[in-house]
Structure formats: structure tokens, C-alpha cells
Design a protein. Sequence first.
Length: 77
Amino acid sequence: MDQRTRYAQALSQAEQTLGGRAQLAAFFRVPAEKIAAWLSGEEIPPLEVFLGSLDVIADGPYAGFGRPIRVAVIRQR
């Protein structure tokens, strides 16, 4: 399986998880036309988008727009 196909499959699964193409476009803050080009294999999405798709898939139904920022806090005594 080539990179273009792998990325498109991950995006497709993320699209299903989020509930549609419009939601996926909003999640990545790109136009729906860009999502369509990525899904069709016409263009290869950036690595950050591919990795973000994997995060959405891993989060499953809990995926959303308010991903928490995970930060460790060290209190000084």
C-alpha cells in the first residue's frame, strides 16, 4: 500500500468518526475542497493531517474539537 492510499484511508476513517466531510474540514481548519482532494488521492495531505487523523480514529466517538492540551504541572514547595 502506498503512502497516498494509506493517508486517504486514514482520512476516510476520521471522516466517519467525526460524522462527515464538513466536520473533518472544520476539525483540520481547511476547505472541504482540500479534504476532497486528499480523500481522492489527488493530493497527499501533510504529515500533521495524517497523524491528526490517527488521533481522531484512536479517540473514536470521543473525538471532537476540544482536544485537551496535556501539560504536566510541577509544584514547587
